[in-house]
Design a protein around this ligand. Structure first.
Ligand SMILES: *Cc1c(COP(=O)(O)O)cnc(C)c1O
Length: 367
């Protein structure tokens, strides 16, 4: 019989690696018969969503029979005021995952080259490969994006460069001066994508957003999400700031109703709750200090982070550590998928969650 998929599917789809999501709490409860499970695997906000966002999402339930605003008018205008930009420079997506997919669909031709660091967020490879790009992965230097090496690899086929800042899974940032010097030399034929999913957590004065390059009129786009510090991962909504001409191009391939009405309402309200944002930053700062101290005391190497997670060396197989922590109801992320078989990535949680993680890890490493 004619093998339809093998012969007729686009060959690109067979080059894709399936995404490995953080294990859901319900799955661990079911499989291990555990009641009390905590998830420190997907960098969600341990405080949950802003109460204002929850109220607004609930208040939008009555509108569910109507299609959402296809243009996210209210949210775009609110974001524009927030960012000091024009509403026409803003894109809203069903998570920043969808924004990455829209960028790839709008700009990548088969055979174009895209460049990003490794290890990093898997969404760049995934979306670029679907469109037939050649992906060039430049190893991190000292756990940090190596912009000089990326620049040296640029050629006439380079279409996009992705910079994950702070980087997932290492939590590192590229320093101000490094970005400036990179932007001074990167050719205008290249679109620079700054993924700042964790930008709100960065504390270092060395962190700068890519916004300034959008404002300077460079070919740049900055991605943000409501999934991380805003605590709305389940609603699926993210946004981008870029030039109005790039935004218009991407709008051409957007699904008409890509962002649902609850997500729009929740996101608008979340932007009003600066107090929740501040509390989330403060909780993260305290948790980071506690985890640094504990890991140092345990003699475990960990990468200093500007995000809400820590990448650390357990000194033994991460699979083993992962399984043992799971038995104790603690879900974390294994470093092997990132090429670090002895590392794990743990989300900074509430004080209680962090203590439970450290106690469990201590037991696991003793055993
Ligand atoms: C979580 C994450 C995203 C995806 O966010 P969504 O808005 O939930 O799709 C994008 N980039 C990075 C680096 C992330 O860690």
């Amino acid at each position: 019989m004619f093998d339809f998929v093998k012969n007729r599917a686009r060959p690109e789809i067979f080059t894709l690696k399936p995404y490995v999501p953080g294990k859901p709490i319900e799955e661990v409860r079911r499989e291990l018969g555990l009641e009390d499970v905590i998830k420190l695997a997907s960098n969600e906000n341990p405080l949950g969503p802003s109460p204002l966002a929850m109220e607004a999402a609930a208040a939008s339930l009555g509108d569910l029979s109507m299609y959402p605003d296809a243009n996210c008018w209210l949210l775009k205008h609110k974001l524009a005021a927030h960012l000091g930009a024009d509403a026409g420079q803003i894109l809203v997506g069903n998570g920043s995952d969808e924004l990455l997919m829209m960028l790839a669909a709008a700009f990548i031709n088969q055979g174009d080259q895209v460049i990003y660091g490794t290890p990093t967020f898997s969404g760049y490879e995934f979306t670029a490969k679907i469109m037939g790009a050649d992906c060039l992965e430049i190893p991190l230097a000292d756990f940090t994006y190596d912009l000089e090496a990326i620049l040296a690899a640029v050629n006439e086929r380079t279409k996009m460069i992705y910079i994950c800042n702070p980087n997932n899974p290492t939590g590192t940032i590229v320093r101000k001066q490094g970005i400036q010097s990179f932007m001074d030399r990167v050719p205008d034929q290249v679109l620079v994508v700054f993924d700042e999913a964790y930008g709100e957590y960065a504390e270092s004065p060395e962190f700068i957003s890519g916004y300034q390059y959008v404002r300077e009129g460079r070919n740049a786009i900055v991605l943000h999400t409501f999934s991380k510090i805003y605590g709305l991962a389940g609603l699926r909504i993210g946004y981008a700031l870029t030039s109005s001409s790039i935004a218009e191009a991407v709008e051409r391939i957007r699904d008409p109703f890509n962002v649902n009405s609850m997500a729009q309402a929740g996101a608008r309200a979340a932007l009003d709750d600066s107090e929740h944002l501040r509390r989330s930053q403060e909780l993260n700062r305290q948790g980071k200090e506690y985890l640094y101290e504990s890991l140092t005391r345990m003699g475990l190497f960990h990468v200093p982070t500007e995000a809400n997670f820590i990448f650390l060396d357990t000194g033994r197989s991460c699979r083993q550590v992962f399984e043992s922590l799971l038995q104790r109801g603690v879900i974390i992320r294994c470093g092997d998928v990132f090429g670090y078989p002895n590392f794990i990535r743990v989300t900074i949680g509430t004080g209680e969650q962090n203590r439970r993680f450290i106690e469990s890890l201590t037991q696991v490493l003793r055993g």
